[in-house]
Design a protein around this ligand. Structure first.
Ligand code: NAP
Length: 494
């Protein structure tokens, strides 16, 4: 169902969309597909609720309490939500459970942040002036999410938007809408006023376009692919909307010869093949020092070849299917292009041949050796389980290769030398750098991309800042004339 101005409803033109399991193609749910009229209604509801002050005038502590209640409700319904998320994405239930725990932590983080004083005064050097810096909600926000971590990516937007006092229209990926529908139910249950939270379902090319070009929208916060991000920037330019963009990544994972090699190998496997590589920060570019190349690659290939794949209820599975047939075909052509341009295929490179995977979108963990930065498979995001391997000889080379990308989302490095670790971490132009680790994040720390991986930051305190306007209020406590222009008496100036 769609949720507009505090009511659940079907699409005004009767549009429907089927959600099918990436594991076996089974029908999971049928949801409405909003019309442009529905989008207009949702934007109007958000605009009216924001302009009325029905929510934006709540105190910070009252809004924080609402977000805290939503966290409690998410915790109460964690098992139900994890099941929906697992069904939609095809990921194992245990992974979906981790994701829901992260969603709860996100809401708790922003609820706590909302209790911290945001405003302050500045000393402008005048005894008669009070100069206040105040933070106000940015207004009406279009929040658009991807399918890989559907509820988590949405939580990074919804929680700060609510704490800030914004009204919003949420559009999850068409492929994975069920957890977003449940979240909106919980926001309603927690007591958000009508019109503050609105839910639109439908294809990005239609409803997403309307949500990102409408003049009544103040901010677009988007997580998804680079191409879509560029389209959104163009559409938002006409009304100079604020933009928060979390886009793709092609993330370097550097292993120096002086590292804990066993730990590095294990993390390289996890970094590249977790969730079958459908992770924006996946460490798909392995950059390894020449002297350890053979040992590292041999072991990674061995490990990649034994990864167990399976659907949501397969307890022995370690990773699952790709999200859709069209995505699987995209990964297949990416691999074919890699072979054509000379990358050496060591393992995988094709669909799983197991009979139990025949009706789903399973692609085997894949490793390409003998790669270099000029190759498309090294430069472009496959968003699948495909690792490329490059070799370096010096620290400077490792840094240069790690930075040779249009993206800048994240990267990792392994070394036993703490001074080298500090130098390389500082030189890498990526929003998150892991040293002797790969992948963890926490809501307390900012997340976002350098270069074409995005604009702005989510999480941390900056993740709330995206939803705030900053106003400077200058108050002269002893008013006087400015005295800039001479005040001639009538007839004095000829
Ligand atoms: P996508 O195809 O760009 O879609 C993302 C969202 O945008 C979906 O809800 C989509 O709608 C919508 N959309 C599509 N066209 C649109 C348009 N013209 N205007 C407005 N919205 C539009 O990305 P995806 O395939 O879902 O997600 C994978 C990408 O997300 C990868 O590149 C990954 O790196 C990136 N990602 C980045 C982060 C990060 O933190 N930086 C996190 C997760 C994912 P429909 O699909 O429903 O049509």
């Amino acid at each position: 169902m769609l949720y507009i101005n505090g009511s659940w409803r079907d699409s005004s033109n009767g549009g429907k969309h089927e959600i099918r399991s990436p594991h076996d193609g089974a029908l999971i749910a049928s949801v409405p597909q909003a019309s442009i009229d529905d989008v207009n209604d949702a934007i109007a509801a958000a605009r009216a609720s924001f302009d009325s002050g029905v929510f934006s005038s709540w105190s910070w502590s009252k809004r924080s309490a609402l977000v805290s209640t939503i966290a409690d409700l998410l915790e109460r319904d964690a098992a139900i939500i994890a099941k929906k998320e697992s069904d939609d994405t095809g990921k194992r239930i245990i992974e979906a459970e981790y994701d829901v725990a992260d969603v709860v932590a996100t809401f708790r983080h922003f609820a706590k942040l909302g209790l911290k004083e945001q405003d302050h005064t500045v000393d402008v050097g005048l005894a008669n002036v009070t100069s206040q810096i105040v933070h106000e909600p940015i207004g009406v926000c279009s929040l658009i999410g991807p399918w890989n971590y559907p509820l988590l990516q949405i939580a990074w937007k919804v929680a700060p938007a609510l704490v800030a006092g914004c009204s919003f229209i949420l559009k999850p990926s068409e492929l994975t809408p069920q957890s977003a529908i449940h979240l909106i139910k919980l926001i309603e249950e927690a007591g958000a006023p009508a019109g503050v939270a609105n839910l639109i379902l439908g294809p990005g090319s239609v409803v997403g376009n309307a949500l990102t070009t409408d003049p009544r929208v103040d901010l677009v916060s988007f997580t998804g692919g680079l191409t879509t991000g560029k389209t959104i920037m163009v559409g938002a330019a006409a009304t100079v909307k604020k933009l928060a963009l979390e886009l793709g990544g092609k993330n370097p994972h550097i292993i120096f010869a002086d590292a804990d090699i066993d730990a590095a190998i294990d993390n390289a496997v996890t970094g590249a093949f977790l969730h079958s590589g459908q992770v924006c920060s996946a460490g798909t570019r392995l950059i390894v020092e020449r002297s350890i190349h053979d040992r590292v690659v041999k072991e990674i290939v061995r490990r990649a070849g034994q990864i167990r794949m399976g659907g949501p209820s397969d307890l022995s599975a370690e990773t699952g299917p790709l999200i859709s047939e069209s995505h699987l075909k995209g990964v297949e052509s990416y691999v074919a292009a890699g072979v054509a341009e000379g990358a050496k295929l060591l393992v995988g490179g094709k669909r799983s041949q197991l009979p139990e995977h025949a009706r789903g979108w399973y692609f085997l963990p894949t490793v390409f050796d003998e790669c270099n930065t000029s190759m498309h498979c090294v430069q472009e995001e496959s968003f699948g389980p495909v690792m490329t391997v490059e070799i370096f000889d010096t620290e400077a080379q490792a840094i240069a290769i790690g930075n040779d990308t249009i993206f800048g989302l994240s990267g990792g490095l392994w070394t036993g030398d703490s001074l080298k670790a500090a130098r390389v971490a500082s030189a890498l132009r990526h929003g998150t750098v892991w040293v002797n680790d790969y992948g963890p994040y926490r809501p307390q720390a900012e997340w976002g991309g350098y270069k074409q991986s995005g604009i702005g930051r989510e999480l941390g305190s900056h993740g709330l800042g995206e939803y705030l306007e900053i106003k400077h209020i200058w108050t002269n406590n002893s008013p006087s004339k400015s005295g800039w222009f001479h005040d001639f008496a009538e007839g004095e100036r000829q």
